[in-house]
Design a protein around this ligand. Structure first.
Ligand SMILES: [Zn+2]
Ligand SMILES: [Zn+2]
Length: 246
């Protein structure tokens, strides 16, 4: 996979306001917590949209309390998390509740209002690599520019198969968090940025460490383009059996 094209950003089309809530993602096996704005995350990741904002309506029209426009550039907007998903100004719901201390229901659907802390923890699916999740967060905040250079350190360089592993881990994040834009950006990087052929480390990562058939298929396809006649008898000894059989 030689470098053939200059770096290009895969841009997202719609602009997202960050909103007023921060989620603290618990990733990996340690105590690592990574902060990200909930609205930005949910606008991109189908996994988190289902988890955190499944019933939220589209932010259009007016606030049900004050009847002013719902403009997230001007006011913070929250929504009914308990049931109806209706969007409403944060200041309006705060005033509404302050004026009715005995009534804690949603002004629209009358189900008890579910308050969410401004900063709250969320456990993600296990097995995601913290550094790859950080790359994803940087990608979200840079409006679709994949800043892989920021992660190039002593233990990671363009000319090593570990760089391919790093990109495969990022691809795993894209699959698990269901973000097609990020998937496209990482795939572009795999084809355009990595200068090293896939090697043992990449193969072992997708065949031994994770169980994702799509990644295994991708690695098999890439590998078939780079091996030469006689490779299986000469060089396949260090590779996982499942990979060699395929
Ligand atoms: Zn309002
Ligand atoms: Zn409601």
């Amino acid at each position: 996979m030689a470098v053939t094209k200059p770096k290009k950003a895969v841009r997202k089309s719609t602009r997202v306001n960050y909103g007023s809530h921060i989620v603290r993602l618990k990733v990996g096996t340690g105590d690592r917590l990574l902060n990200i704005h909930e609205d930005l995350l949910c606008a991109n990741s189908r996994f988190f949209r289902q988890l955190l904002q499944k019933h939220r309506k589209e932010i259009v029209g007016e606030c049900s309390i004050c009847h002013e426009d719902l403009d997230s550039e001007v006011n913070n907007i929250t929504f009914c998390r308990a049931k109806c998903g209706q969007n409403i100004h944060v200041t309006c719901i705060d005033r509404w509740q302050a004026s009715r201390p005995n009534d804690t229901t949603c002004p629209m659907c009358r189900v008890p209002w579910k308050k969410q802390e401004n900063v709250y923890p969320v456990s993600t699916t296990a097995g995601l690599d913290p550094r790859a999740v950080q790359l994803y967060i940087r990608w979200l905040y840079s409006e679709g520019c994949l800043k892989i250079n920021d992660d190039l350190e002593d233990d990671l360089c363009f000319y090593d198969d570990l760089f391919n592993v790093y990109l495969l881990k990022a691809l795993m994040v894209a699959y698990k968090l269901e973000d097609d834009g990020f998937k496209k950006a990482v795939l572009t990087a795999i084809f355009d940025e990595s200068t090293e052929d896939l090697g043992e480390a990449s193969v072992k990562y997708v065949f031994n460490d994770i169980n994702n058939y799509m990644l295994q298929d991708l690695v098999l396809c890439l590998f078939m383009t780079q091996i030469t006649t006689g490779w299986f008898t000469d060089e396949s000894s260090g590779f996982p059996d499942a990979f060699v059989k395929e």
